[in-house]
Ligand binder design. Structure first.
Ligand code: NAD
Length: 432
């Protein structure tokens, strides 16, 4: 009856295969328009589900009985957090100690055995970790594997109970593909381009201080660094002199001799970044020196969306400014791209900050500052969409490395009551 009734199919949205694409499109449009976000909308849907159960109790019981002969009684239930077992942690080079220790704490705290694969690129830290760290841990629960892509590829052929990967989206896909062969769950802490919206209603000096600090921290080699600024041409005119004086204050007139500015990790990344200096027009900085892997704190303007600096994660001391005419245009710009790991919005108007938060998605968010949200152990840290999956830091680390085992314990008492479950089924026990 139901399947042959075409009006019912249309109404429910469960149309034939031809229009599945249309149905999915319709649902995506609803989601993009923000309809499912207000608490009132969600409450209405849940109330609808409640009414569905109440109004159709008999119909549903009969269907359950016909399909599965099913009825349930719940006792006291609890979640038991158990270690997964053997965990693999793969680490990138940019914060080689922090990104080793923070996941390791979570994995060990939850009771797992760990294989640690540090980055071969931060080779000095790799060597120190390999030599020293094992002395501090029980060798029966901890091992390190050293090497680059080839060795990591071989390691990934083995079966693990959990893989925690921090690194690029490209390698994240390789890790997830390898994990899928064993149905191994993964956390992927990836990177991407983190937008930084600067509203006209801002104090340019404050914004310049905060954006420059977080952009040039660790020479820009930070996964949550503001990757590019979105602002109006008018704000750009006010921001540029402020950035110029901030950079001079932070790093002096010759940043190259500043003890507060680091260097690019290796020649490959230096050359990649030097290529990006050719995008748009250099407004501040732009100097580089291969012999020292030095790149000056740089600001680019007149940048086209299609240029490499707006296509790839910059991961260096280069800050492009892209002009938008309005808040709506900025939000559109952000939403047309992959979901970033972090998103920043600067405005003296809390309404503007709230709008950016409410109408976009990102792993994390900070209003009127850089990546301070990452430093709080009370907040989960992780990506969404192309910037990753899963979360950690603080208690979230423990939970990430634990299997949440749903348990129900029942005594042998009250068998008379429970016996209602057992066949043979009669109209009387079906009614109950
Ligand atoms: P990467 O992906 O190149 O390397 C990460 C790890 O994967 C290293 O240990 C490396 O040896 C291994 N690896 C590299 N190629 C591999 C391959 N083909 N097969 C298997 N393993 C391979 O990343 P990276 O250059 O070390 O780090 C930079 C990236 O990491 C950036 O994209 C940055 O945004 C991201 N990152 C993310 C976070 C986060 O917390 N989300 C933190 C730091 C860095």
């Amino acid at each position: 009856f139901y399947l042959s009734n075409s009006s019912w199919l249309r109404h429910s949205g469960l149309a034939g295969m031809d229009s599945v694409g249309d149905t999915l499109q319709r649902l995506r449009e609803t989601f993009s328009a923000g309809r499912t976000r207000p608490a009132e909308f969600r409450a209405t849907q849940l109330e609808g589900l409640g009414r569905f159960l109440r109004d159709n109790k008999q119909l549903l019981q009969e269907a359950l009985a016909r399909d599965l002969r099913k009825g349930t009684q719940l006792d006291r239930a609890f979640i038991r957090k158990e270690p997964f077992g053997l965990v693999l942690i793969i680490v990138p080079w940019n914060y080689p100690l922090n990104l080793t220790l923070v996941p390791l704490v979570g994995a060990l705290a939850a009771g797992n055995c760990v294989v640690l694969k540090p980055s071969e690129i931060s080779k000095n830290m790799e060597q120190v970790l390999a030599e020293v760290l094992p002395r501090y841990l029980d060798q029966s629960c901890f091992a390190m594997v050293l090497g680059g892509p080839e060795e990591t590829g071989q390691l990934l052929e083995h079966r693990f109970d959990y893989i925690f990967f921090t690194g690029s989206p490209r390698v994240g896909r390789i890790v997830m593909t390898a994990a899928a062969k064993h149905l191994t769950p993964v956390t992927l802490e990836l990177g991407g381009k983190n937008p930084c919206y600067v509203d006209d209603n801002c104090d340019p000096e404050t914004v310049a201080n905060r954006v420059a600090f977080f952009r040039y921290f660790n020479t820009g080699q930070t996964c949550v660094a503001p990757d590019y600024v979105l602002c109006s041409p008018e704000m750009q005119e006010r921001l540029l002199p402020a950035l110029q004086s901030t950079i001079a204050r932070f790093f002096g007139e010759d940043p190259r001799s500043s003890p507060n500015l680091g260097r690019i990790i290796n020649d490959k990344h230096f050359q990649r970044l030097q290529g990006l200096l050719g995008c748009g027009r250099v407004a501040i900085g732009g100097q580089s020196d291969q012999s020292d892997r030095y790149i000056a704190p740089t600001v680019l303007v007149d940048v086209q969306e299609t240029e490499p600096v707006m296509q790839e994660e910059i991961f260096g001391p280069i800050l492009p400014i892209v002009n938008v005419r309005s808040l709506d245009e900025a939000i559109d710009f952000i939403n047309r791209r992959e979901k970033p790991l972090a998103l920043y919005a600067f405005s003296k108007s809390s309404e503007v900050v709230k709008q950016v938060l409410a109408r976009t998605s990102s792993g994390g968010f900070c209003g009127n500052d850089g990546f301070m949200h990452v430093s709080l152990a009370s907040l989960p840290f992780g990506g969404v969409g192309a910037s990753g999956m899963g979360r950690y830091h603080g208690k979230f680390s423990f939970d990430t490395f634990s299997h949440h085992r749903g348990c129900l314990l029942r005594s042998q008492g009250m068998e008379k009551i429970y016996s209602i479950r057992y066949p043979p089924y009669t109209p009387r026990n079906l009614r109950m």
